[in-house]
Design a protein around this ligand. Structure first.
Ligand code: ZN
Length: 278
């Protein structure tokens, strides 16, 4: 499932290749991919627009258009946004295609069909994104900001990291990796962490996301870059989906538990559950 790192990587690729491109014609093969407006209006409003900017908020890709509308793409479980060169065959499971006037196309494919695209007026965008917490790669996301978020709740730290209202963009992969890098057990209550642990977690979140982006994202499943390429972060992961394999820090076998109904991977040596010892 694409998280912040995967979406950010594709946003950066799109900035290098489709800024200034004009949308010619749109095909919608799976109408439910379009959440708002209705499909005929969606097609009518997109046709002829120039792609003026590409942004990201949380796990949502934002494509700013010349008519001051914003096309949002939320890939959810299995969606990919890919560039098709002129004459290239469509990807499998193509749901929506934006044909560009230069002959290329932007294809949205999604076998599981949970992903959604929507068109909003630019002025309405802040309201639609208002429920997301702070962006972890934003300079305003400081130790103090994280401390305030954690102090507000006794929920398990892993569950809080997955909560998009608390912090935007983290999913199962980067939450597990952040907690391992910070040496924090996923079940510890958020408001029980020391200031040293919070500082370590803050640094770890930023580090694992930046590494994920630098490696083109984690392809565990279906994520692809904008040019259809596999991301290489999987081989750099230290705990995620490594159950039974030796911890890359200390050699202890990685353990899988369930937190907030999600498979959670940890090293019991590097990430002691201090509360179970008391
Ligand atoms: Zn370890």
């Amino acid at each position: 499932m694409p998280e912040l790192a995967e979406v950010e990587y594709v946003a950066r690729q799109m900035r290098m290749s489709v800024l200034g491109a004009r949308i010619a014609q749109i095909t919608v093969a799976w109408p439910r991919t379009i959440s708002v407006p209705d499909v005929p209006t969606f097609i009518q409003l997109l046709s002829g627009q120039v792609i003026e900017a590409i942004e990201r908020r949380a796990k949502v890709l934002l494509i700013m258009l010349s008519n001051d509308l914003v096309l949002t793409v939320h890939r959810r479980m299995s969606g990919n946004v890919e560039l098709l060169e002129a004459g290239a065959p469509p990807p499998r499971y193509e749901r929506v295609r934006l044909n560009l006037t230069d002959g290329r196309a932007i294809a949205y494919s999604d076998p599981r069909k949970f992903g959604r695209m929507a068109l909003y007026a630019g002025v309405d965008l802040p309201a639609t994104l208002a429920d997301f917490g702070p962006e972890p790669l934003d300079p305003e996301f400081t130790d103090e900001v994280l401390m305030k978020i954690l102090a507000s709740t006794p929920r398990a730290i892993k569950a809080l990291l997955l909560d998009q209202h608390a912090i935007a963009g983290l999913g199962n992969i980067y939450a597990d990796e952040s907690l391992h890098a910070a040496g924090i057990h996923p079940l510890l209550p958020a408001n029980s962490l020391s200031s040293a642990q919070i500082g370590a977690l803050h640094a770890a979140i930023i580090k694992v996301l930046q590494l994920g982006i630098a490696h083109g994202g984690t392809t565990f499943g279906r994520h692809r870059g904008f040019y259809g390429e596999v991301g290489h972060n999987l081989e750099h992961l230290r705990v995620y989906q490594r159950t039974g394999e030796p911890c890359r820090t200390c050699g202890t076998p990685i353990v899988r538990i369930v937190v907030a109904q999600r498979g959670t991977h940890l090293c019991p040596n590097c990430q002691p559950n201090m509360h179970s010892c008391s």
